[in-house]
Write a protein that binds this ligand. Structure first.
Ligand code: NDP
Ligand code: MG
Length: 400
């Protein structure tokens, strides 16, 4: 594993590397649809591969593609990008792709799980690469349409032809990734850090922290609605600021009292015990314990997974949250979007900024550069132009 970070941009990609080649995109979900459409708009010959009768087959047709089965697509493709769900990939690869893949083809992934944990072991004649966008498919598509891109990771697992990296970078270029920067990594690093991030911080860690904070306040007799705002709703505002400009940006916006509380109490919450648990979780990822558990779960009807999910969704904070969000008119649009295509932006940015922004420090730019979507700074400007009596405006001033 290398610790030196190399980034690639537009100028580094040889766009001609995909000339005369056919790219099969297997799956037309979050990533598949975005990749297929971006590749096509970049002039690449794309074939969408799907199982017949699936619900996205018609969607692909409506978008102007003529889907083929994975078997048919693999026969004509020079590059096969597996963008169906991770737990479906090994079967699709073994049954449909591997028997039909031309020697010297490229097998591409957007996540390293199956290769890293040896669920897919391509033969020695195949290039095995990864382009992993660091964002959901809808964002990959929207940014591309706006002339921008979503940052990607690139990795080569196996270079049979000597051109594996070049092909991968040309693919990243065609989906817009090199506009935002492509970081070189390995399948091991991408897989292990991705799993750790979602387990310890992004999905597992964040939701447990929110739920525990909420429950602590409710158990102490505070109103669930108030607890919801304090522990969940406002998190979006904080995350937006951290995303735009790190902890420094957040510190600029919150009160001195909030800062002092953060600095003195934060480390007591995420203490040595939590750090030790994080290491434990990382070890289970590194030694394959987590992967085995998840693969085994998928061999059956996923009883444990379904039970845990049900329990998660039955927590009191979910019921309170639903009631609260039903009154948030500015959320209706994003709530009605299909989950897979929901975009990370919109209304909250608007009122994140209603709190007066501190003056930028000397020499500091007013515009924190975010690569994706709008910024809280832009939102502030927009909010300032809006009448202060909008529902979201009132709300925002109350919660801060
Ligand atoms: P989705 O769950 O959105 O994929 C659904 C698509 O796969 C549908 O078109 C579905 O077709 C098709 N599909 C399901 N099973 C099969 C099958 N057996 N054969 C052929 N097609 C099938 O996947 P994602 O886009 O979320 O993930 C794809 C890859 O991208 C994964 O490796 C993931 O880790 C990675 N990734 C995902 C990100 C994300 O934001 N979602 C971010 C970065 C990487 P049907 O209509 O027939 O069900
Ligand atoms: Mg959780």
């Amino acid at each position: 594993m290398t610790n030196k970070t190399t980034m690639y941009w537009e100028k580094d990609a040889d766009q001609t590397a995909l000339n005369g080649k056919t790219v099969a995109v297997v799956g037309y979900g979050s990533q598949g649809r975005a990749h297929a459409m971006n590749l096509r708009d970049s002039g690449v010959d794309v074939v969408v591969a799907l199982r017949k009768g699936g619900k996205t087959w018609t969607q692909a047709e409506n978008d102007g593609f003529s889907p083929k089965t994975p078997e048919e697509a693999a026969k004509v493709a020079d590059v096969v990008c597996l963008l169906c769900p991770d737990m479906a990939q090994a079967k699709v690869y073994a049954e449909a792709v591997a028997p039909n893949l031309k020697p010297g083809s490229t097998l591409m992934f957007a996540h390293g799980f199956n290769v890293h944990y040896k669920q897919i072991q391509p033969d020695a004649k195949t290039d095995v690469v990864m382009i992993a966008p660091k964002g959901p498919g809808a964002l990959v598509r929207r940014q591309y349409e706006e002339g921008r891109g979503v940052p990607c990771l690139v990795a080569v697992f196996q270079d049979a032809t000597g051109n594996a990296f070049k092909t991968a970078l040309a693919y990243a270029h065609a989906i817009g990734g090199t506009r935002a920067g492509v970081i070189e990594t390995t399948f091991a690093e991408e897989t292990e850090t991705d799993l750790f991030g979602e387990q310890a911080v992004l999905c597992g860690g964040a939701t447990e922290l929110v739920a525990a904070g909420f429950q602590t306040l409710v158990d102490a007799g505070y109103k669930p609605e108030v607890a919801y705002f304090e522990c969940l709703h406002e998190l979006k505002l904080i995350v937006d600021l951290i995303y735009e400009g790190g902890f420094a940006r957040m510190h600029e916006f919150v009160s001195e009292t909030a800062k002092f509380g953060d600095l003195t109490r934060g480390p007591r919450i995420v203490d040595e015990h939590v750090r030790a648990k994080m290491k434990e979780v990382l070890t289970e990822i590194q030694d394959g314990t987590f992967a085995r558990e998840w693969i085994d779960e998928n061999k059956g009807p996923r009883t444990r997974y379904n039970e845990l999910l049900k329990k998660d969704l039955e927590q009191p904070i979910e019921a309170v949250g639903k009631r609260m969000r039903d009154n948030m008119s500015w959320l209706q649009e994003s709530q009605n979007a299909p989950a897979k295509n929901a975009q990370t932006q919109t209304a909250v940015e608007k009122f994140a900024a209603i709190k007066p922004a501190p003056k930028p420090a000397q020499g500091q730019s007013e515009h924190a550069g975010g690569c994706c979507g709008g910024s809280a700074t832009e939102a502030k400007e927009e909010a300032e132009r809006e009448p202060a009596t909008t529902a979201s405006g009132r709300f925002a001033r109350e919660i801060w």
